[in-house]
Design a protein around this ligand. Structure first.
Ligand SMILES: NC(=O)c1ccc[n+]([C@@H]2O[C@H](COP(=O)([O-])OP(=O)(O)OC[C@H]3O[C@@H](n4cnc5c(N)ncnc54)[C@H](O)[C@@H]3O)[C@@H](O)[C@H]2O)c1
Length: 257
């Protein structure tokens, strides 16, 4: 029950989906957690629910693409709880669009949230963790490992996150900072993001896409958010002390064949 006892964590995009599951798992194991999200209403609903369960949680509205938010968000956690141990760069979006149909606006929006946001979060957290150390967990994807014709911008953003993580992790290790930075690379998970992406397709195409995807997963199903949250907890805890610059792939065997 105490795998991250008294650690202080910030989780972006924590109002729902994988981020919320990560928040819950960290709380259950003793962390104090600042949830940030662009969705003020749902963020506050989840904060109140978790506080009602006795967890030490706070919520701040944040758009991860806005550079000026980063310092105040992380400093706010430090002011509130006296330290910062963990940052989970989880906020992300996905739009359907192949290389011929993806608009420049969708490309830029995807890269801005999924990659620029992770860059700014990682850089800002390193400046605050340099002395006492910490763990930065970037939620990449198997879509950053293999190409998927329908999601060109998402592929590019997640591939970028994976290598940003490796560059930053090796930089910190060589500098002698005790900051570890790792990627979680989920396969397909039952969340609103997947539902929204499927909803962008005509119904027949959506059904066919979902059926084809399931068939390609050796374990024959999508993951639940809780199954990904276990990996976030492991990387946040000292159990992963010799891991940095790694990809933790949780995909039911999807990329193994
Ligand atoms: N669901 C999957 O299959 C899957 C697979 C691999 C990786 N991921 C990644 O996991 C992360 C979470 O995805 P999810 O499936 O839980 O999605 P989701 O859509 O259910 O949740 C994403 C959360 O991020 C928030 N958000 C969106 N834009 C934001 C911004 N600019 N600033 C702050 N918050 C913002 C949303 O309000 C939402 O609460 C994403 O980075 C996603 O790319 C998801």
């Amino acid at each position: 029950m105490n795998r991250v006892q008294n650690k202080v964590a910030v989780v972006t995009g924590g109002a729902r989906g994988l981020g919320l599951a990560g928040v819950e798992r960290l709380c259950q194991e003793g962390a104090k957690v600042l949830i940030t999200d662009i969705d003020a209403k749902e963020g506050e609903v989840q904060r109140a629910r978790l506080a009602g369960l006795g967890f030490d949680v706070a919520f701040e509205v944040q758009d991860v693409t806005q550079a000026e938010t980063w310092g105040s968000i992380l400093d706010g956690a430090i002011t509130r709880w006296g330290r910062l141990d963990v940052l989970v760069n989880n906020a992300g979006v996905g739009f359907i669009g192949d290389i011929e149909s993806c608009s420049l606006a969708d490309w830029r929006k995807t890269l801005s949230i999924n990659l620029d946001g992770v860059f700014m979060g990682t850089q800002t957290a390193i400046a605050r963790m340099r002395v006492n150390g910490g763990s930065i967990i970037n939620i990449a994807s198997i879509e950053g490992i293999i190409g998927e014709p329908l999601v060109v911008a998402y592929n590019a953003s997640k591939g970028g996150v994976r290598l940003l993580t490796k560059s930053a992790a090796t930089h910190c290790a060589r500098k002698g900072y005790s900051i570890r930075i790792n990627n979680v690379c989920p396969g397909f998970v039952e969340t609103q993001m997947v539902a929204n992406a499927v909803a962008q397709l005509p119904p027949d195409a959506a059904k066919a896409w979902a059926e084809t995807l399931i068939k390609r997963v050796p374990q024959g199903r999508f993951a639940t958010p809780a199954e990904i949250a276990h990996a976030i907890l492991f990387l946040a805890s000292d159990e992963s002390s010799y891991m940095t610059g790694s990809d933790l792939v949780i995909d039911g065997g999807y990329t193994a064949c």
